[in-house]
Write a protein that binds this ligand. Structure first.
Ligand SMILES: [Zn+2]
Length: 175
């Protein structure tokens, strides 16, 4: 199957603020979209990508947090992912987002999450994620609910990043 890179939307964009719709049937188009998203994510490079970031309102995320040289890749495709339970214990990671390039901030999230999803073959899967994987899967599921990592920050910090992004987009539009 040929993988095609897709364009990643940049914040602020109303399509990034919308809740995505559950996937009801796994079609070849959706599988193609998942493959394209993985291609787009690895190329960026990033460790996660959600369908709304490429302008599609489907509950689909892809991720792979094995980013060190020499590690075997572990691409995960998740349709309709949902967090079944999360730990009281939290973790802080410096997060970034392919839709908010070059902006990073510490975000506190549950350290462990139990996640259920439908994989690329249509099989219902369930797994407990921790460390970077836990942060990443929560960040991506947030995208499906129209939430960005900056929505976890204090309003001032969020506004500062948004202003920088508005400026960046204006510059890119002029090129
Ligand atoms: Zn993101």
């Amino acid at each position: 199957m040929i993988r095609m890179k897709r364009n990643i939307l940049l914040h602020p964009d109303p399509r990034l603020k919308k809740a995505a719709k559950p996937v009801s049937d796994l079609s070849d188009e959706l599988r193609q979209l998942a493959d394209d998203m993985l291609e787009t994510m690895y190329d960026a490079p990033g460790i996660g990508l959600a369908a709304p970031q490429v302008g599609l309102s489907d509950r689909l995320i892809v991720l792979d947090c094995r980013k060190e040289e020499g590690e075997t890749p572990r691409p995960l495709v998740m349709f309709n992912p949902r967090v079944l339970s999360s730990s009281d214990e939290t973790n802080v990671y410096e997060e970034g987002c392919l839709s908010i390039p070059d902006q990073f901030a510490d975000v506190t999230r549950p350290a462990e999450v139990d996640v259920e999803w439908i994989d690329r073959d249509g099989t219902l899967r369930r797994e407990t994620f921790d460390k970077l994987w836990a942060t990443c899967v929560q960040h991506e599921i947030d995208h499906l609910d129209g939430r960005l990592f900056i929505d976890h920050l204090k309003p001032l910090r969020r506004q500062m990043i948004t202003r920088k992004m508005v400026k960046l987009k204006r510059e890119l539009a002029r090129e």
